[in-house]
Design a protein around this ligand. Structure first.
Ligand code: NAP
Length: 344
């Protein structure tokens, strides 16, 4: 007989792209679950999802859904988190939130386990999962920052459509088929959100993810700026980001230029990345080996390669960072935090 404590777990947004991966991970990791509640909007309430060989009926998420819940994993959009997470906390649950709702709240830890797991202990009921593009970048940069001190980051992202939810995946596949058949593509979903103009994603690259801010950057770009400083605990790091949606289904890729405060040794950088938890170095240009979204898809790690010193700046380093946005960028990061809480 095991003495493992069991938890009542709720997954809010269980029918979504992230929720589906959370369920798979809870199952494959054999998370210590007493009772599992699967929650969605009224649209999906009543459908049955399979978990560990049993069917679980999805219920509509309401304020009463959280009675007796110990751990609630939220991935149903920021408005749902804002409306329901504080009520779940009142019922005694710890909430791990995948949305943007509380990430920059000063009382809410923003956690990437490989970087700052100790922050979990400071939670007041809600722990925020960072933005997917930020998670993979900081997981790779943390050991380099510790050793050499990062002064500046210039990042350009190549983000998969799954980052915009399951409807965006359907949209890209539908547009691709329509385009190949010579039919109109009728953009409807991307850029995602309540925006007046939608653009074609099939055979395209859209340099807008989320709404534009007054400073000319998009919200996704500003998330990378603010969240990187908060997670690495260093407001002095200068970050500039350009976020682009591309027609890839799973896996965000990033071209990252880092300027260190101190001189660095390229071989040492490679060793630090080899040793970094959750990071896999794939850097063998002679054999054309570097991280690819198609290889990263379905895997929990952050993959790093194309390491090379900047030609004009001795302390500048270029790198290519790839990870599955639904796993390390969302579900896996959240389940890692849940496992940490479950360990007590
Ligand atoms: N996709 C990523 O890579 C990623 C990464 C990090 C964070 N996130 C964040 O995670 C959240 C979900 O993303 P996703 O990609 O999984 O989206 P998605 O595929 O569109 O799924 C959305 C989920 O939220 C549920 N939902 C919608 N409105 C709701 C409501 N009023 N009450 C309860 N549930 C509701 C949906 O249920 P129905 O089936 O009933 O519609 C569905 O389960 C977003 O905030 C997103 O920013 C996503």
């Amino acid at each position: 007989m095991s003495n493992q404590k069991l938890f009542n777990v709720a997954v809010v947004g269980a029918t979504g792209a992230v929720g589906e991966q959370i369920l798979k991970l809870l199952e494959s990791r054999n998370f210590p679950i007493q009772e599992l509640k699967l929650l969605s909007s009224a649209r999906s309430a009543g459908i049955k999802l399979s978990f560990q060989g049993k069917e679980v009926t999805v219920q509509e998420a309401t304020p009463d859904s959280f009675k007796g819940v110990d751990i609630a994993l939220f991935s149903a959009g920021g408005d749902v988190t804002k409306a329901l997470a504080p009520l779940a906390v009142q019922h005694g649950a710890v909430c791990i939130d995948n949305t943007n709702a509380y990430r920059m709240d000063e009382h809410t830890p923003l956690v990437v386990p490989e970087v700052n797991i100790e922050k979990v202990n400071e939670h007041k009921g809600i722990i925020a999962n960072p933005n997917c593009s930020t998670i993979q970048m900081v997981a790779a940069l943390k050991p380099l920052h510790d050793r050499y001190g990062i002064a500046r980051i210039i990042v350009s992202t190549y983000q998969a459509v799954s980052g915009a939810g399951s409807r965006a995946i359907d949209e890209m596949l539908r547009q691709t088929r329509a385009s190949l058949q010579g039919d109109p593509v009728n953009p409807d979903i991307l850029p995602v959100g309540t925006l007046p103009v939608k653009h074609q994603i099939a055979f395209n690259a859209i340099p807008q993810i989320d709404k534009f801010q007054d400073n000319g950057y998009t919200l996704e770009e500003m998330k990378m700026v603010r969240e990187t400083k908060k997670i690495l605990g260093d407001e002095s790091i200068e970050v500039t980001a350009t976020c682009v949606r591309i027609p890839v289904v799973y896996g965000h890729s990033e071209s990252v230029y880092v300027e260190f405060k101190n001189n660095y040794d390229l071989e040492d950088v490679k060793q630090l990345l080899e040793d970094a938890p959750g990071v896999t170095l794939v850097d063998d240009p002679a054999n054309q080996q570097y991280p690819l979204a198609t290889d990263a898809a379905g895997k929990p790690d952050v993959f790093v390669g194309r390491l090379r010193r900047d030609l004009g700046h001795e302390r500048g380093l270029n790198m290519w960072i790839v990870s599955d946005n639904l796993l390390k960028g969302a579900a896996w990061n959240a389940v890692q935090i849940a496992e940490h809480i479950a360990k007590g």
